[in-house]
Design a protein around this ligand. Structure first.
Ligand code: ADP
Ligand code: GLC
Length: 484
């Protein structure tokens, strides 16, 4: 079976968050299920610099204002890629969505319409000898692919995965023709959204199947609280909507063999984790103390992630003698607020503002616990990395966080199944209580280590999700006729 994955991010070539990790890991995970996945991604400057290319495989002619070609390429690890080389749209370094002023590029709708258009053209046979059975698009950046394919005879099946409903790609209706969208798509049952064009709504309406990245988020987005204005549409599409929990790449994230980790360790030799803790304390200017409970944060700093709640709950952490190591970037006000707490609590709070992949591994290896107080979380990957590194996740009970961490309540502790701590979302009081519960467990070293070992033994890899995606692809392909 041949599947074309369509994505705006791909680890290790271009990453702002979890989408890159997922898109980067899926091809290898699916290969184990005999699914051949090729990945189509934009030829941003960083991508062009990071690939080895066999050259142009097809031409797309003029694509939204300039010439575009499709490159047959490979990532460093050999993963097969198709790279959309359209310099007028993508020859820009750094963040894939934002210009140097920190604002969205004004032509983002053309940039990602071009990505989806190319996917649809591939589906129609652009590349000689290659016809994917399924086109699997990720997020709003790929969402127009099923729209462009609508009405085409013997088209590939389409799957749309929502990694984050908060980003929808909404643009004025006046762009319809320029985006090469048929007027027939601009209806309530199509991609019209309050008089505008919504890329994501288009994908949800036209794809044969819609998935999101955890079962709980799949339920939550059908409610007005989490549905970000699309809950009604999603309720209507309930029959084709499922939640498939992400896995993680257990080769890239392996505490026993991680080139970024100074002192590799396994669940059988947890004391080696202490050496990483000491190194992390030194790196972030924290007091060298093996006994203090060291919490970490590795995150985009945005309203989604709930770190304003953590700022309010910090006194609880500090009064009990804990430490906090933060790696994050995003909202300027949140960065400033955390910078201020670092100044006022030298040796107890340390922060690095920016994006640093190796340091993110070192934090997972050196910290005792990872704080994830998200208001909503489609899946979340850092709690999965935390489980794998024996860094107990303290998570809000939402989305994929609720689905992947087993709360250390009395019953779970007695049964030996606990892997972290959950608390009611959007509540400082609940977060404080969860932090206090972590301190109580931490004082009982044996009990803490038992939970650590349990966490590290969880199967957080891709095998389960890869099987579920494969079953979904097969089911789609065995359906005799797809409604176009
Ligand atoms: P989201 O995709 O919503 O940001 P996830 O938990 O799914 O959340 O994925 C975040 C990914 O980005 C993880 O791989 C995490 O380690 C990484 N990450 C987030 N912030 C940083 C940072 N400042 N430096 C390095 N890696 C980061
Ligand atoms: C999004 C979500 C995150 C999820 C990631 C990968 O960025 O915010 O929860 O883990 O996509 O699916």
């Amino acid at each position: 079976m041949q599947v074309l994955s369509v994505t705006s991010e791909f680890f290790p070539l271009i990453k702002t968050g979890g989408l890159a990790d997922v898109a980067g890991a899926l091809p290898r995970a699916l290969a184990d299920e005999n699914v051949v996945m090729r990945t189509l991604l934009p030829g941003y400057s960083d991508v062009i610099a990071g690939i080895s290319s066999a050259g142009a495989i097809s031409s797309l002619g003029d694509l939204f204002g300039g010439d575009a070609t499709l490159l047959d390429a490979r990532a460093q690890d050999g993963t097969e890629l198709l790279v959309l080389d359209a310099p007028h749209l993508f020859a820009r370094a750094g963040n894939p969505y934002l210009g140097p002023d920190g604002m969205d590029w004004p032509d983002n709708h053309f940039r990602f319409a071009a990505l989806a258009w190319t996917a649809a053209e591939i589906g129609k046979g652009l590349i000689e000898g290659y016809r994917p059975d399924v086109i699997h698009g990720h997020d709003w950046q790929a969402a127009l692919a099923p729209v462009y394919l609508a009405g085409i005879e013997s088209r590939p099946a389409t799957v749309m995965t929502i990694h984050n409903l908060a980003f929808q790609g909404i643009v004025p209706a006046t762009e319809l023709t320029a985006l090469r969208l048929p007027p027939s798509s601009f209806t309530m049952d199509g991609l019209e959204y309050w008089g505008k064009i919504s890329f994501l709504k288009g994908g949800i309406q036209y794809a044969d199947r819609v998935t999101t990245v955890s079962p709980t988020y799949a339920r939550e987005i059908c409610t007005p609280d989490v549905g970000v204005g699309l809950d009604g549409v999603l309720r209507q599409r309930k029959d084709v909507l499922t939640g498939i929990t992400n896995g993680i790449d257990c080769v890239v994230w392996n505490p026993g063999d991680d080139p970024n980790v100074l002192h590799p360790y396994t669940g059988d030799c947890l004391d080696a984790k202490l050496a990483n803790k000491a190194a992390l304390q030194a790196r972030l200017g924290l007091e060298n103390d093996p006994d203090t409970l060291l919490f970490c944060v590795i995150s985009r700093l945005t309203a989604q992630k709930g770190f304003d709640l953590l700022l309010e709950a910090l006194p609880t952490l500090l009064e009990q003698g804990g430490q906090l190591a933060l790696l994050g970037s995003g909202d300027a006000k949140l960065e400033a607020a955390f910078a201020d707490t670092v100044r006022r609590n030298p040796g107890q709070i340390g922060a690095v503002f920016g994006y640093d992949e190796p340091l993110s591994h070192q934090l997972q290896a050196g910290a005792d616990a990872i704080l994830i107080p998200s208001r909503f979380e489609p899946c979340g990957l850092t709690q999965l990395y935390g489980l794998r590194y024996g860094t107990l996740p303290i998570v809000a009970r939402v989305g994929g966080l609720a689905d992947t961490v087993i709360d250390a309540n009395q019953a779970a502790l007695v049964d030996g199944v606990a892997t972290g701590f959950q608390f009611g979302s959007d509540s400082v009081t609940e977060l404080r209580t969860a932090i206090e519960r972590a301190f109580i467990l931490y004082r009982n070293k044996e009990a803490w280590q038992q939970v650590q070992r349990r966490a590290m033994s969880r199967n957080v890899g891709w095998s389960a999700a890869a099987k579920t995606y494969t079953a979904l692809y097969r089911e789609l392909c065995s359906a005799t006729t797809l409604v176009s």
